[in-house]
Design a protein. Sequence first.
Length: 182
Amino acid sequence: MLATVNSRNTWKRRSVALGFWLLCHAGVFLAESFGQGTGELAEMDRLVRQTNELAAQADPEGAAQAIGKAAMMADILTKQSSEPFTQSVFQAASRQYRAQERGLRALALYERGGGMPPAPAGICHALTQAVDQLRESKETLTRSPAPAQAEMAARQLALLTHNQEWEHLMKGLHEVVECTEK
């Protein structure tokens, strides 16, 4: 019986690791697609690339710190923009990045605590909050006013796709660490 449980947990952990690897590579595409700007926008995209690289290297703490900084840059860009669509896209990006930060920090705490399910309630709560923030980000992206710039419309679409991937991953991680709260 114990061998079956360990085998199942190993499979689940590998599935989550594969999911993070795939998301990191998808995130590299997202960041590279928009990495040609200058100033705060270029810095935000650089931080997203850095996050993906750190996550791919199995460094959730470093990745969480980098994506947290990207969220701060998105907040700055939201305040600097006067165009409603651009503001909503950056606001949604900030929420998405904060959700990723929360999920990555939960993963780091889970690993630091030994990585054995079931996870403590605090980690499960953080994962649930990350999913909620991702939903808020998605809602902001889908109810945004009509785009004024093609680049921002492309960024919106990329963020929506990335958002769905992260929501799926956070839900999967919630299951893998055997959280009882939903």
